[in-house]
Design a protein around this ligand. Structure first.
Ligand code: CP
Length: 305
C-alpha cells in the first residue's frame, strides 16, 4: 500500500491487519502513554482545504505520538488564497521535505489527483474528498464495531441511515462492511438523499426507518450535509427529524445491545436526539478516540520502516 485513497479495492486481509494494529495501539492512542519513535525523522503535513475538527486533530496527535514532525497547513491563511494551485502547494511543501500529506478536499478525486502528481516515495492519505471517500473514518467505524460486537461480522445487521447521497463516510463504511463480510447491510433515507449509482449494491434499501431498525446490531447515523445539497432537497429539518431522526423510542426497535455511531459533527435534534447521542448505547466518543489509534496504524503502515 503506497497511498490510502479509498477502502475500495483493499482486501479483507489488508483491512484486518490495519484494524488489529489499531487495536494494539489503543493504549497509546487513548492515553497518549509511552513515546513511540516509529516515525522519527519523518515529516507529516495535514493539508486541509475543508474544515475539520476530528480528522485533522486526530491525525495530528497520531503523527506526534509516533514521533513525526508535524506541519498543519491552513488553506484559509495560505497562498492558495492568492490563487496558488493545489499541485503547486503540494510541490512546495514536498520541496521542504514533507514525506506524507493528509489531505481533505471538497472535490471528488482531488486527493488521487495530488497523489499522481507527487514524487515517488511521497505518501498521500485521504482525509475526505467530496462525497467519495473517507477511508480512515471507515476504518475507525469498523474498529468501533469490532470492539462492541467482535471480529466476526457475518451475523451482524447494520443500518446506515440518513444522507447517504452526500456522504463520503457512508461510502467508505459500505466498502468496509461488504469486504469484512457483514451479514446484512440496511440503508435508509429519503429517496432524494439516496444515491442512484452502485453505492448501495448488496444493501437492503428502504425509507421506513422503524421497519429498518428492527433487530439491528448497530446504527450508523449520518449528518445531513446541507453544505453539499442543492436547495429544496429537504423540506424542513423538523420534518426530517420526525421521519428519519434517531430517537430513544425508535432505538428500542433495534436489538437491546445495539450500538449507535455517528461520524460527527452531529446535528442534534435533526438526525439524532440528545438522548440517543448522549445515551448508554452511543459510541460517538469511542469513535473519536479510535480515530487516533486508526490514524497511528495507518501512518505507521505507510510511512514506517
Ligand atoms: N468525521 C469527520 O470527518 O469529522 P471532522 O469533519 O470534524 O473531521
Amino acid at each position: 500500500l503506497r497511498h490510502l485513497l479509498s477502502l475500495q479495492g483493499l482486501s479483507r486481509a489488508q483491512l484486518e491487519t490495519l484494524l488489529r494494529r489499531a487495536q494494539g495501539l489503543t493504549a497509546h492512542a487513548y492515553g497518549g502513554i509511552g513515546a513511540r519513535h516509529a516515525l522519527a525523522g519523518k515529516a507529516v503535513c495535514t493539508l486541509f482545504f475543508e474544515p475539520s475538527t476530528r480528522t485533522r486533530s486526530s491525525f495530528s496527535l497520531a503523527a506526534q505520538r509516533l514521533g513525526a514532525d508535524l506541519l498543519n497547513f491552513d488553506a484559509s491563511t495560505s497562498s492558495t488564497t492568492k490563487g496558488e494551485a493545489d499541485i503547486d502547494t503540494l510541490k512546495t511543501l514536498e520541496a521542504m521535505g514533507v514525506h506524507a500529506f493528509v489531505v481533505r478536499h471538497r472535490q471528488d478525486g482531488a486527493v488521487a489527483m495530488l497523489a499522481r502528481a507527487a514524487e515517488p516515495g511521497t505518501v498521500l492519505l485521504n482525509a475526505g474528498d467530496g462525497r467519495s471517500n473517507h477511508p480512515t473514518q471507515g476504518l475507525l467505524d469498523m474498529l468501533t464495531l469490532r470492539q462492541a460486537k467482535g471480529e466476526d461480522f457475518s451475523r451482524l445487521k447494520v443500518l446506515v441511515v440518513g444522507d447517504v447521497k452526500h456522504s463520503r463516510v457512508a461510502r467508505s463504511d459500505l466498502h468496509a462492511l461488504r469486504t469484512l463480510g457483514c451479514g446484512e447491510i440496511r440503508v435508509c433515507g429519503p429517496a432524494a438523499l439516496l444515491p442512484d449509482d452502485d453505492t448501495l449494491q448488496g444493501c437492503t434499501v428502504g425509507d421506513d426507518i422503524d421497519a429498518m431498525l428492527d433487530g439491528v446490531d448497530a446504527v450508523i447515523t449520518l449528518r445531513l450535509q446541507r453544505e453539499r445539497m442543492v436547495d429544496g432537497l429537504i423540506a424542513s429539518l423538523a420534518g426530517y427529524h420526525r421521519d428519519f431522526g434517531l430517537t430513544a423510542a425508535r432505538l428500542r426497535l433495534a436489538a437491546d445491545d445495539a450500538i449507535v455511531m455517528h461520524p460527527g459533527p452531529m446535528n442534534r435534534g435533526v438526525e439524532i436526539s440528545d438522548e440517543v447521542a448522549d445515551g448508554l448505547q452511543s459510541r460517538v466518543l469511542r469513535q473519536v478516540a479510535n480515530g487516533v489509534a486508526v490514524r497511528m496504524a495507518v501512518l505507521e503502515a505507510l510511512l514506517g520502516d
